[in-house]
Ligand binder design. Structure first.
Ligand code: AMP
Length: 273
């Protein structure tokens, strides 16, 4: 199977001279979590996490309106990751998958033979490959058992700092009995940031509580179910993770798209060896 058959065509793209405000708008409207930066050909890539890290580093002790505006007025070239690794549209999916797993990339820009950006492939598209495979492995084998959570009454900004520190894109939200009441993602936090910027009210970003911004619908999976079923559920529900809960609703595990592409790589590798 070649990448062209699964990639997202019409990927989110900004020009190297564009401002960061364009990046956050694109991340928000497209919901892909990454934006490709071009000049004549590819120059860089910026992720939701890069954007949030940038804000956290500059606003550790609070940011006023002026600070926020000057922050989003910066050129994308200032914070993009330059010379990103990419794939060609006629590369094999397995090659791209190996790159994503080995180098810990959540997405790869896709170029045609003239080196023009024609697509992007993310963990989400990779999950489609599971549809063709027999269910060999359980969720239990690939989930993370030690779950980092966030208390529902703390500011979203604290959740963002924790996500960045730990390198996760999401945190289950818990009440004072450690029962899960929702989930908050890096994408939710960036959405709140955009809303605060658009309203000219940066305080909204720094003072909103986790429980006000979290998704209350909790999607779970039985750890004995297959990773193939987890992939199908994530694709169907358009989410990047599923939770494994104990009978009293306290967290017992989390499985994300990243865990699933590791499982996929493992299974495909077994098949070819
Ligand atoms: P993510 O970037 O959120 O897809 O997560 C990357 C890795 O961290 C995966 O192995 C996840 O299982 C794990 N992970 C994600 N969120 C959490 C969390 N809140 N607590 C513990 N592990 C997590």
């Amino acid at each position: 199977m070649i990448i062209r058959t699964i990639m997202i065509q019409d990927p989110p793209i900004v020009h190297v001279k564009d401002k960061l405000v364009e990046v956050i708008k694109k991340i928000n409207t497209r919901g892909i979590g990454r934006v490709i930066v071009v000049n004549n050909s590819i120059e860089g890539i910026i992720s939701t996490r890069d954007m949030l890290t940038f804000v956290v580093e500059r606003c550790e002790n609070g940011c006023g309106r002026g600070d926020i505006y000057s922050l989003i007025d910066k050129e994308v070239s200032k914070i993009m990751t330059p010379r990103p690794v990419y794939a060609f549209d006629d590369d094999d999916v397995m090659e791209a998958l190996t790159l994503m797993v080995a180098r810990n990339f959540g997405a790869l820009p896709v170029l045609n033979s003239e080196k023009k950006v024609t697509g992007i492939v993310t963990e989400r598209e990779m999950l489609l490959v599971f549809q063709e495979l027999e269910p060999l492995f359980s969720v239990k084998k690939f989930m993370t058992k030690k779950v980092s959570t966030i208390y529902e009454e703390v500011p979203v900004f604290d959740a963002v700092k924790l996500m960045i520190r730990r390198g996760f894109r999401r945190l289950p939200v818990v009440n004072d009995e450690n029962k899960v009441t929702g989930i908050i993602t890096a994408a939710d936090a960036l959405k709140l940031f955009v809303k605060a910027v658009m309203k000219g009210d940066p305080d909204m970003f720094f003072s909103r509580k986790v429980k006000e911004e979290a998704t209350k619908e909790i999607l779970t999976i039985d750890p004995e179910k297959s990773v193939n079923e987890a992939a199908a559920t994530m694709l169907l529900k358009k989410v990047g993770s599923l939770l494994i809960l104990n009978s009293d609703n306290t967290p017992a595990g989390i499985i994300t798209e990243r865990d699933l592409i590791i499982a996929l790589h493992y299974q495909l590798h077994l098949k070819s060896s």
